[in-house]
Design a protein around this ligand. Structure first.
Ligand SMILES: [Zn+2]
Length: 220
């Protein structure tokens, strides 16, 4: 039975839903690196303070600082039976750092205890989903012009307000985001594949189907 679950997938691939379900099923923590970093900053932890000093200067938080925050989290009691990593690693360099973290903790190791689950989805599908998304500025209802259109074009079914496109939903932003993702993740895919710990899941499926496939892949 694997203990360390690494989720790889583009934003909007439904990865978040599946990680939460898996965390519930296995009663292990879901460690989302973004939230972890924010929490350390909020709590003024030793590394949180260092991280904030970089963010305040508009700089990226160095990998060494992120590694220390992650290592600190992974040594907590609730991680003793395993954990799900989401958002880390995102590059080969980070994967190497994760290997070092696990080696220094000495409990689990990547090759024997980890599985990397790659959410395979054509990013063009995700771009189309994003650019067809409309939301109601008044009540917050989300529509999709293709899969879930409003009854009257451009107007909210519930409160009749004119729908808007969120600024970050525009095509150019969406494409740039996925390009960055692909550039970073492609080498990581190969890295885990060569290590023999990569599993792929078709992510252009309904949520319940992805979940069934995920359980099958992990023999749960
Ligand atoms: Zn509305």
């Amino acid at each position: 039975m694997k203990k360390v679950f690494i989720f790889l997938g583009p934003p909007g691939s439904g990865k978040g839903t599946q990680t939460s379900r898996l965390a519930d099923k296995l009663s292990i923590p879901h460690i989302d690196t973004g939230s972890l970093l924010r929490k350390n900053i909020q709590d003024n932890t030793e590394y949180g303070i260092i991280a904030k000093s970089y963010i305040d200067k508009g700089q990226l938080v160095p990998l060494e600082v992120v590694s220390n925050i992650i290592k600190d989290r992974l040594t907590k009691d609730d991680c003793s039976q395993g954990y799900i990593l989401d958002g880390f690693p995102r590059s080969i360099e980070q994967a190497e750092a994760l290997k070092d973290i696990l080696d220094s903790i000495g409990k689990f190791n990547l090759k024997d205890d980890a599985v990397a689950i790659y959410f395979n989805i054509d990013t063009e599908i995700l771009v189309q989903r994003l650019i067809n998304r409309r939301s109601c500025p008044k009540c917050g209802t989300i529509y999709n012009l293709i899969s879930n259109p409003p009854k009257i074009m451009d107007y909210c079914d519930i409160c009749d307000t004119k729908l808007v496109t969120r600024k970050d939903d525009n095509e150019k932003t969406a494409r740039a985001r996925f390009e960055t993702y692909e550039k970073e993740t492609a080498p990581l895919y190969e890295y885990f594949k060569q290590m023999g710990i990569l599993k792929e899941i078709e992510a252009d499926n309904p949520i319940s189907e992805i979940w069934e496939n995920l359980k099958a892949i992990l023999s749960l």
